[in-house]
Design a protein. Structure first.
Length: 323
């Protein structure tokens, strides 16, 4: 009998440890663009780690056209099959009022909100001189403005409860560079500035804000041309990097274990996690009497030029195979 009681105690203790070990127990999380790809994997893992999840996705095509309830509903169904809790939301993040309704759904259904993952995105790639104003603005609205709208709606809640975590998605297209993505790169680098400002402004209220730059195959990446052998090889490498590799870092950043992590930029590439640099001075030149165009050309630029950044693309900087 004593042995049975001892075994039962150990089993109960193990069950307790299993419950406590869930990173997001009791939390409510919004994940935008969660119907497919990276967002889907984040939503599934959030739920598996104990969170109640608002699965937001209007179900549009990669360029933002069209709508469908199916992607978000399918993720919610999958979460429920696995024993989790989730609701579907079909609002667009590209307008302020619909975006605020995503946050309102979380509080209406679950009574609170603890974390936001700003993952929603579209692509409208085009070489710069051929890019339309509409193509530029539409990408900015979904990525940059969408991240602002959802974060801004959540910020007042986070301020009142003095807690909360934002995870925003950036890209090496903005951090490093890429061809034909002026709209996407501008939005993604803008998100870095937005995240840093949120971290600075809301740190006093114990609110955190970080960026994640993912390397993973998704339907947006699926728009990359595959006309040449080089392009085909590049896409094949990306296809090997599943979106499920991105989710663990995002869940960590939403959890209380990350309470001291804010204002940072991370990149995830297969099993690699990178801490990305942020702009700081590299070199300086000084001239007591001030500068003229001539002295800048003859002295300042030659002194600074060795530290110029080359016009690299993401593939140039991350030139080795993912591991």
């Amino acid at each position: 009998m004593a042995a049975f009681a001892s075994n039962l105690t150990r089993e109960n203790s193990a069950a307790g440890r299993s419950r406590v070990a869930k990173a997001l127990d009791g939390k409510v999380v919004v994940v935008t663009g969660a119907g497919r790809g990276i967002g889907r994997e984040i939503a599934l893992l959030c739920a598996a780690e104990g969170a109640k999840v608002v699965v937001n996705d209007p179900g549009g095509a990669a360029d933002g056209s069209g709508t469908s309830a199916a992607p978000a509903e399918e993720v919610v169904d999958e979460i429920k099959k696995r024993g989790g809790t989730a609701i579907a939301n079909f609002e667009t993040v590209a307008e302020a009022i619909p975006a605020s309704k995503i946050v309102k759904m979380a509080t209406d259904h679950f009574g609170k909100l603890d974390g936001v993952v700003n993952n929603a995105g579209i692509l409208r790639d085009m070489i710069f001189h051929r890019m339309s104003v509409e193509a530029f603005e539409s990408v900015i609205k979904v990525h940059l403005m969408g991240s602002f709208y959802v974060a801004h709606a959540a910020a007042r809640l986070f301020r009142e409860q003095e807690s909360g975590s934002f995870v925003h998605f950036t890209s090496t297209s903005g951090l490093v560079g890429n061809f034909g993505q002026a709209n996407y790169a501008a939005a993604k680098l803008g998100i870095v500035g937005l995240s840093k400002s949120i971290a600075l402004d809301m740190g006093r209220y114990h609110v955190r804000s970080n960026c994640v730059s993912p390397f993973a195959w998704s339907r947006l990446i699926g728009t990359i041309p595959t006309e040449t052998e080089e392009q085909k090889k590049r896409v094949a490498k990306i296809q090997a990097m599943g979106p499920e590799k991105i989710a663990p870092l995002c869940v960590y950043l939403l959890s209380d274990a990350a309470k001291d992590v804010s204002g940072q930029i991370f990149a995830v590439r297969m099993n690699e996690i990178y801490l990305m640099s942020q702009s700081r001075p590299l070199r300086s030149v000084h001239r007591a009497e001030g500068w003229t165009c001539e002295t800048i050309a003859n002295q300042a630029i030659p002194a600074l030029k060795p530290s110029f950044y080359p016009l690299d693309r993401s593939a140039d900087v991350f030139s080795w195979d993912p591991i």
